[in-house]
Design a protein around this ligand. Sequence first.
Ligand SMILES: Cc1cc2nc3c(=O)[nH]c(=O)nc-3n(C[C@H](O)[C@H](O)[C@H](O)COP(=O)(O)O)c2cc1C
Length: 227
Amino acid sequence: KKVTSGACGAALMREPDRAEAIVRAVIRAAGPVPVTVKMRLGWAEGELSAPDLAARLEQIGVAMITVHGRTRAQLYKGSADPAGIAAVRRRVHVPLIANGDVASPADARRLLDRTGADGVMIGRATLGRPWLPAMVMAGLAGRSVAMPDTAAIWSLARAHYDLALDHYGEAHGRRVVRKHLDAYATVAGAGRAIRDHLVRAEQPDDVRAVLDRLALGDLPADFGVAA
Ligand SMILES: Cc1cc2nc3c(=O)[nH]c(=O)nc-3n(C[C@H](O)[C@H](O)[C@H](O)COP(=O)(O)O)c2cc1C
């Protein structure tokens, strides 16, 4: 809402002239760096502006286009519509990436087949599952990759925690990483007590100690399930 209340984000789907002017300025400023664009299908059903907008942006030199198969009005409701993305495919020749609701290799295959896109983008399903893109790539190539076991998930969570605090600094890093810890906890089947501790602990070393114990199998992940 904050973004679209100005002429930004998905609001630009209703202002193609302005969108084109912005992208033109970005392309000019970026020099040799390729500029890519991501958009939804349009503002609302009956206003599916993505095919026209994508074609215009291709004309001015955009290198790749990603389309999330929902309208702004849909937010995350319903499901992403492959036909809407296919309509963009018919209008552009640059690489097209389809996005929306992919959580498995089979989902990716289906979306590629139904849209004619060159690739898929995965968003929400990667939260707590950073191995998913590799798993999907392998699946599309006809190979299978095993999901990490619980201990490996906690080791990843620990590595992610340290990277986030390093990258963002302690105070902001702890806020950013919270949703990721919660997602790892969901994927690992952790109980309430563990979740609360990971999200609320005041001291980073307390979080690290619990993650390390979980990674060693020293603390059962379902600890506190009934709590
Ligand atoms: C935590 C989070 C942050 C996101 N940030 C952005 C963003 O900055 N720009 C953007 O275009 N889309 C953003 N999205 C939307 C996703 O890129 C994607 O279009 C949408 O989640 C649908 O794909 P999915 O079904 O795979 O999640 C974000 C999504 C999530 C869950």
